[in-house]
Design a protein around this ligand. Structure first.
Ligand SMILES: [Zn+2]
Length: 479
């Protein structure tokens, strides 16, 4: 049987449509037909106007049992005609300009795969001819590309943007009330509140608790948006909102653009993204961050002081004199008591920490992630490639493998940055006088200690003096 070739091309009357022109499609399809040994002048053309490619219409269909029902389908008459001609062998090879543009609706692709699999015909892409719908691998590749084309469709991005604009224009509040830090227009800052948010973010990073921040705001008479009292949960809610970093959210999720970067809002951010990420690291519920565990009484070295016999954490035990010891009572299989005078140990360690801060060259600790430029570069390349793809200037076969590689690179860098930000989500180490230290609250002091020391090992007392204080017993383990 003689081979007959069909050419399926998309035409558009949208003047803003940047997809390759008809001439280019014609040229590519003719070249492919010639490559396959056909005569380019004998091509049966299927030109389809695709301006309504997204609209679904209600049609009557029947299931394999013969039951009729209403279904909603994208009706593309020319495409259905082409498929019909394939099934009836009017054409035996259909060349489409680009496979991922062929079928916006996965249903259309499945129809194409079925025709190839069961009617002994070919569907070939002029720009992605390596994808062979007759093989399982090729089918999988095509499905991936259609899914990606749907996901990254420029129209989707435009629709999201338009929705946000219409929301902003209508003044309809998203999520109800004015976010703390922002004016009623939700765009400009409420300067006093914005300053409080920035201060709170830094305090939190420095080890101040949410409770303490809420207490300060309450004492300072800072009004809440709804007029109620401040609670640590309301402070937390404020500091967890990605809007602070200028990122758009929808139902609590940060919206991403088609290249996976956070979508920026039209408002001015209150926090830079790095500070925001550090705050999230501190607030993360499972974090072993500088936030003190709640419950047990906390002193400066709670959780840091370690028993020199069993390496267990030493707990704060009140003494009869009203002071306290750090104490380990051992375990059932290894009973012992190791104890040391609390205030004495605190003093010695405080002096050692301050000395260390004095001596270390820590004037300008680096807080910049050194992969930032690379990360931005990778992101820009993904955006560029996806733009080329959306506009039809590059095909999915060219774009997909590159974007996949770049995404892996971006994910690696992001994870690295995340680790860096978490590791630096603590009080900044700097030279500090004893009086500055004394002015700090306990959480902040603890945070500085934890930032400098992994542990303070406390050996058992010798000579039966119980919790006696003896420098020989102490060994700080510095970070
Ligand atoms: Zn112990």
């Amino acid at each position: 049987m003689a081979e007959t070739f069909g050419g399926y091309k998309r035409i558009s009357d949208d003047p803003h449509d940047l997809r390759a022109g008809i001439a280019r499609q014609d040229e590519d399809i003719r070249a492919e037909v010639a490559r396959l040994g056909g005569n380019a002048d004998d091509i049966v053309w299927y030109p389809e106007n695709d301006t309504s490619a997204f609209k679904k219409k209600r049609v009557q269909v029947s299931d394999p049992l013969g039951n009729e029902y209403d279904a909603w389908r994208v009706i593309r008459p020319v495409w259905h005609k082409a498929l019909h001609d394939l099934r009836t062998k009017k054409v035996t090879t259909l060349v489409v300009w680009d496979l991922d543009r062929l079928a916006r609706d996965p249903r259309d692709l499945e129809d194409a795969i079925e025709a190839v699999a069961h009617y002994g015909v070919r569907i070939v892409s002029a720009t992605a001819s390596t994808i062979d719908l007759a093989t399982e691998n090729g089918q999988m590749q095509a499905r991936m590309m259609v899914l990606m084309a749907n996901k990254s469709s420029a129209d989707t991005a435009r629709r999201v943007k338009r929705w946000h604009e219409s929301v902003a224009k209508s003044g309809r509040p998203v999520g109800g009330r004015r976010p703390f830090g922002f004016a009623l227009d939700r765009e400009t800052h409420e300067p006093r509140e914005a300053a409080l948010v920035r201060r709170a973010a830094q305090d939190l990073i420095d080890g101040v608790s949410l409770h303490e921040i809420a207490r300060r705001w309450q004492n300072d008479g800072v009004p809440t948006v709804l007029g109620g009292p401040w609670r640590h949960t309301s402070v937390r809610q404020i500091l967890r909102n990605p809007r602070l970093a200028g990122w758009r959210t929808y139902k609590g999720e940060v919206l991403k653009d088609e290249a996976g970067a956070p979508l920026r809002g039209t408002w001015e951010p209150i926090l830079d993204p790095d500070t925001f990420t550090r705050v999230q690291a501190v607030l993360a519920p499972s974090g072993n961050g500088p936030i003190a565990r709640r419950g047990a009484r906390q002193e400066l070295l709670s959780g840091v002081a370690r028993c020199g016999r069993c390496n267990g954490k030493m707990y704060v035990m009140k003494t009869r004199s009203g002071r306290f010891n750090y104490t380990c009572r051992g375990r059932t299989d290894m009973p012992h008591v190791v104890s040391i005078v609390g205030p004495g140990l605190d003093d010695v360690i405080t002096a050692a920490v301050l000395r260390r801060l004095q001596n270390a060259d820590l004037e300008s600790p680096t807080l910049e992630f050194d992969g930032d430029a690379e990360l931005q570069d990778v992101q820009a390349r993904i955006t560029e490639l996806m733009g080329e793809f959306s506009a039809g200037r590059l095909s999915g076969t060219v774009v997909f493998p590159q974007v996949e590689k770049l995404e892996a690179e971006r994910n690696r860098l992001s994870a690295e940055k995340d680790r860096f930000l978490k590791a630096t989500a603590g009080p900044q180490v700097r030279k500090m006088s004893r009086s500055e230290w004394d002015a700090l609250d306990l959480p902040r002091r603890r945070a500085i200690v934890e930032r400098n020391l992994t542990a303070v090992m406390v050996r058992p007392a010798t000579g039966g003096k119980g919790g006696a204080f003896d420098m020989e017993r102490i060994e700080p383990v510095w970070r």
